[in-house]
Write a protein that binds this ligand. Structure first.
Ligand code: ADP
Length: 611
């Protein structure tokens, strides 16, 4: 909530500012376009207006000098001098008709001093001017004052609008009457019609008499008061037509030559409903006392303003969309970078965690490894001790035979000693010496046995070195000598070259050989003929040694289990000899296997790497 609220008000503020900017821009653009279009219209209008005025002037100038020219004609003077002459009148009528046709004027006629028409080009028409008095017309009065009379009016007879030029007809200095040419301006009006802008010509009173809008005809472009209206109606210029002002709703002066005008619908002409705005420009035509107006509808301005507002709105919307898209893109990019930063951060964290875990695990592993090493060391020590214990146990088992073997020479030494004593008393020195020699020999034999046993009992760590096989077998035989001799067992050793060396721990190898030969001796207890045959088959890098006895062999059932620890069939046995021997041989890189020989008896084969 707390985070969203300022966001919301910020959004509102932005919307408000954008809306304000939009409104301001629209207003400014509308102003600018209006100003621009108006100024363009002003320039164009002025040009246009000049063309219209020139055209109008040209049309009138064509006729301006015609009355003066006619006034010099003798026939006119003659008829004025002697009016009533039928022949002269008819001749003049024809003449005026011809002139009128050639000049393409509306009417041409001659008036006498009293304003009575005495000859006219329309003498043959339904409503001829002849006999009618137009003395009330200002053009007549102007001509009678000796100058060119000009006037615009609605024809009282024809009901047609016309411009009148009148010129005095003189006899010497005396003014006898006036000759008049009426120009029909309807044609001009028709030529101007069908354009966007309206053309309006007003008389000095501001009454419209030429216009491209027929419904504006004889209306005032200005507001009229009662006196104005009376004066206009008295002049009979518009033959009794009631002059009313246009329905002017609003006006604004831009300069003395142009203004803005809003016209409402005409009274009684509701079909032209709705207001219309115009730019009104004017140029005076002082010769005729007219004002020529060009009224350009402002629809064009409004249309242009409308279009520019639409375009501005489009531009605004496009701009807003563009800003939105850019903002969106910016936001997305910012989010992406934030996301990437987050992803990087979590990656880093994950990596750190992993590293930490690896480190912890490494420490664990190190501890584990140290523990294992400790355990392995302990195991090795235990094994070594077990091997040593088994060896000592084996020695213990052999102790009876050994003590027997020692007791014998001891007894012999005793009897040699007794003999020596006797011979010493008899002074038989040579015999004494012989007996002592025998004693010394026996002692050296015992010493040999004891040192052999001492060597055998030594605890070793299983380190391998090249060992002469021949020596190992001989040492084993010596250790077993008391047993072999007690049981009368023969050891048959194949001829063996004395320099064959195997890689082994010498003491442990002897331990294995003593165990295997000892087992054979034990197994042959019941046999009458006892022998153990040791065979040797040297290979490329290994050597096979077989120990074959003359015993009963091993039953199939036992054969599977003899290498198991604590498996024994002997009453005094421990069942460790073979399992430890196998372990010793395997730790030296060799193998120890057992089977029954085809000739009977058990056959142990032992393989060892050659040195
Ligand atoms: P132990 O000698 O203490 O019995 P061993 O592991 O040395 O233990 O021998 C296990 C068993 O293997 C013996 O009890 C015996 O039954 C059998 N065995 C070993 N050597 C022979 C052999 N040469 N002939 C027959 N049986 C044997």
């Amino acid at each position: 909530m707390d985070r969203r609220e300022p966001n919301l008000s910020k959004k509102w503020l932005v919307t408000l500012i954008v809306a304000g900017l939009y409104g301001l821009t629209l207003w400014q653009i509308a102003e600018l376009v209006q100003e621009q279009t108006l100024s363009e219209m002003n320039i164009n209008g002025q040009r246009q207006l000049n063309i219209y005025v020139t055209h109008l002037k040209g049309q009138l100038e064509k006729y301006e000098f015609l009355p003066e020219l006619l006034s010099t004609n003798a026939r006119l003077v003659e008829l004025l001098k002697r009016p009533g002459d039928r022949e002269r009148t008819e001749a003049l009528n024809r003449y005026l008709e011809t002139i009128n046709t050639i000049a393409n004027a509306s009417d041409t006629y001659l008036m006498n001093r009293e304003g009575l028409t005495i000859a006219a080009s329309n003498w043959q028409s339904e409503k001829p001017f002849i006999g009618r008095n137009f003395s009330f017309r200002p053009y007549f009065q102007q001509a009678m004052q000796g100058r060119l009379g000009r006037y615009f009016a609605l024809g009282s007879t024809s009901g047609r609008r016309g411009y009148y030029f009148a010129y005095p007809v003189r006899n010497l200095e005396e003014i006898l009457g006036a000759v008049v040419i009426k120009v029909d301006l309807t044609l001009l009006e028709q030529q101007w019609r069908g354009r966007q802008e309206e053309v309006v010509v007003t008389d000095p009173e501001g009454v419209i008499f030429i216009t491209t809008r027929p419904d504006w005809r004889f209306r005032s472009l200005y507001l009229l008061n009662e006196t104005d209206r009376q004066r206009i109606n008295q002049s009979r210029r518009y033959s009794g037509t009631q002059v009313e002002p246009l329905n002017i709703r609003q006006r604004e002066e831009l300069s003395d030559k142009s203004r803005l005008l809003t016209l409402g619908p005409m009274k009684g002409k509701d079909h032209l409903s709705g207001e219309e705005d115009y730019l009104v420009q004017r140029i005076p035509m002082p010769e005729a006392g007219w004002q020529v107006h060009l009224m350009t509808p402002l629809k064009q301005v409004q249309r242009r303003i409308g279009w520019s507002l639409i375009i501005t709105t489009f531009a605004f919307v496009a701009l807003a969309l563009m800003i939105l898209v850019l903002q969106q893109r910016y936001k997305r990019r910012r989010e992406r970078t934030r996301y990437e930063a987050q992803a990087n951060q979590s990656l880093r964290e994950a990596r750190d965690r992993l590293e930490q875990r690896v480190e912890e695990r490494t420490v664990d592993l190190r501890q584990e490894m140290a523990e294992r090493r400790r355990m392995e060391h302990a195991l090795r020590q235990t094994r070594d001790e077990l091997i040593q214990a088994a060896k000592l146990a084996m020695l213990g088992q052999m102790s009876a035979s050994i003590s027997h073997e020692i007791n014998q020479p001891l007894a012999a030494i005793r009897s040699y000693t007794d003999n020596a004593k006797k011979f010493l008393q008899q002074d038989r020195c040579d015999d004494v010496a012989w007996n002592l020699e025998q004693i010394a020999e026996l002692i050296s034999g015992m010493t040999q046995i004891s040192s052999q046993l001492k060597l055998f009992a030594r605890k070793t760590d299983g380190q391998r070195s090249p060992v002469l096989l021949h020596n190992a077998i001989e040492a084993s035989k010596r250790i077993l000598l008391p047993q072999l001799s007690r049981t009368g067992t023969e050891v048959r050793l194949q001829s063996l070259s004395e320099d064959i060396e195997v890689m082994a721990d010498p003491v442990r190898l002897e331990q294995v050989l003593v165990n295997l030969i000892g087992n054979a001796v034990n197994a042959m207890e019941e046999q009458t003929e006892r022998w153990v045959s040791i065979g040797i088959e040297p290979g490329d890098d290994r050597l096979r040694l077989t120990i074959h006895d003359n015993g009963p062999g091993i039953s199939e059932e036992h054969l599977k289990r003899i290498f198991d620890p604590f498996f024994t069939t002997r009453e005094t046995g421990l069942g460790l000899g073979l399992s430890i021997s196998q372990h010793i041989i395997e730790s030296m890189g060799g193998t120890l296997m057992a089977k029954n020989s085809e000739q009977g008896g058990a056959l142990f084969s032992l393989e060892l790497p050659l040195a």
